[in-house]
Design a protein around this ligand. Structure first.
Ligand code: FES
Ligand SMILES: [Fe+2]
Length: 386
């Protein structure tokens, strides 16, 4: 156990160093590596996520001035809003007076194009500046404003980062996979957003996303559309992990019917016979289907609890009735529930006190690479006297 000091705060953190033995096990080639039960240090996870760029909204969700999206993130609440000048800005969502959050829920449109504190009525414009005249009884100082958060718009998504030292988004993420760049991300429209919690560590959920050979046992209906035997995985650069799954010959897309039903493509014409998955480290899971785009944002809540934000986007040219296709939603409701159940079950196994290591199956190169990335971060931070 180490004691960490930060500013005036002093707190104890559980930072038993990963043993050299474990480090060596992970650094072996996949075939001889032993799966390491990487101890979860929640404060290290918080640092890892705080140093990352996190997607918070698709641009289309912030189309007009006053439209905002918000996210609860490791105890902070982040809000991004489209300004009157059409710039997107990010703030910590708490009033300068007594810290009351100014917004509720995941997003919407601000009335009167300003934030209004629900406690004592102080207003802030879309650039975060307090208006002292809006609530003179509060006595806010001229020039007070909401605490800014870094934001960046890239690949048609709006991202935020809580660290001032992380490089700008394009440099931080490196080159995205080609199939993602050539998809019609600019033309996406949110069909449905669902938020739920899984009683599992975030890394188990990432690893589950990375492999397909659980399809035949866990997801018979997904196996029928994209068999794991025709799937691949790859590592693209420093931050991206990818995978492809070939569609069955009788399937046009992944859904209950397997049919496009006239929905316009989101994937490029060259990419219509495969589903393409990409994980952006640490935990943005994306899956490009021919006619829709799946986004899973994982936010760790505890050692064994993760919030999962599931977004399904369709092409903006879709007809209104194509925006809620029950054959797509029913398919993924079931598949996501199956994943959640198996990961929660695995969590109960890795939580057993006597558990130490597993091993990597021959098709788990991607998981091995991900584990190495996480372990390297933990080891690097473990040595810091932060
Ligand atoms: S807490 Fe916001 S005006 Fe008082
Ligand atoms: Fe799965």
């Amino acid at each position: 156990m180490a004691v960490a000091y930060r500013g005036r705060r002093c707190f104890r953190t559980i930072r038993a160093p990963l043993s050299l033995e474990r480090e060596c096990l992970l650094k072996r080639p996949r075939a001889s590596a032993r799966r390491v039960h990487i101890p979860t240090f929640f404060d290290l996870d918080r640092e890892l996520f705080n140093a990352a760029w996190i997607p918070i909204a698709h641009e289309s969700e912030l189309a007009a001035p006053g439209q905002y999206c918000a996210l609860d993130f490791f105890g902070e609440r982040i809000v991004v809003v489209r300004g009157a000048d059409f710039a997107v800005r990010g703030f910590l969502d708490r009033c300068v007076h007594r810290a009351t959050p100014l917004t509720e829920g995941a997003g919407g449109a601000l009335r009167d194009l300003c934030f209004t504190c629900p406690y004592h009525g102080l207003k802030f414009d879309l650039a975060g500046r307090a208006d002292p005249r809006s609530a003179p009884w509060v006595g806010v100082k001229e020039g007070s404003h909401l605490a800014p958060v870094r934001v960046y718009t890239f690949m048609s998504f709006v991202w935020f980062c809580l660290s001032p030292t992380t490089p700008d988004l394009p440099a931080w993420m490196g080159a995205p996979p080609q199939w993602l760049l050539r998809a019609s991300l600019h033309a996406l429209r949110l069909g449905r957003r669902r938020v739920f919690e899984a009683a599992a560590n975030w890394k188990l959920l990432v690893q589950n996303f990375q492999e397909s050979h659980h399809f035949s046992t866990v997801h018979p209906s997904l196996e029928a559309r994209t068999t794991w035997r025709r799937s691949t995985s790859s590592v693209v650069g420093d931050k991206w992990f990818g995978g492809t799954m070939e569609l069955a010959v009788d399937a046009e897309t992944v859904s209950e019917t397997g049919k496009l039903d006239g929905r316009p493509p989101v994937a490029h014409a060259d990419d219509l016979r495969c589903v393409h998955d990409a994980l952006l480290f640490p935990a943005w899971l994306t899956s490009l289907q021919p006619d829709y785009f799946l986004s899973y944002r994982l936010i760790p809540k505890a050692i064994d609890k993760t919030t999962i934000m599931t977004d399904i986007y369709f092409h903006t040219a879709s007809r209104a009735d194509d925006m809620s296709p029950s054959d797509v939603y029913t398919f993924w409701d079931r598949t996501n529930a199956e994943d959640r159940a198996i990961c929660e079950r695995q969590q109960r196994g890795v939580s057993q006190p006597s558990f130490t290591t597993g091993f990597y199956a021959p098709v788990e190169d991607g998981q091995h690479a991900f584990d190495q990335r996480v372990a390297a971060y933990y080891l690097e931070r473990d040595g810091d006297d932060v």
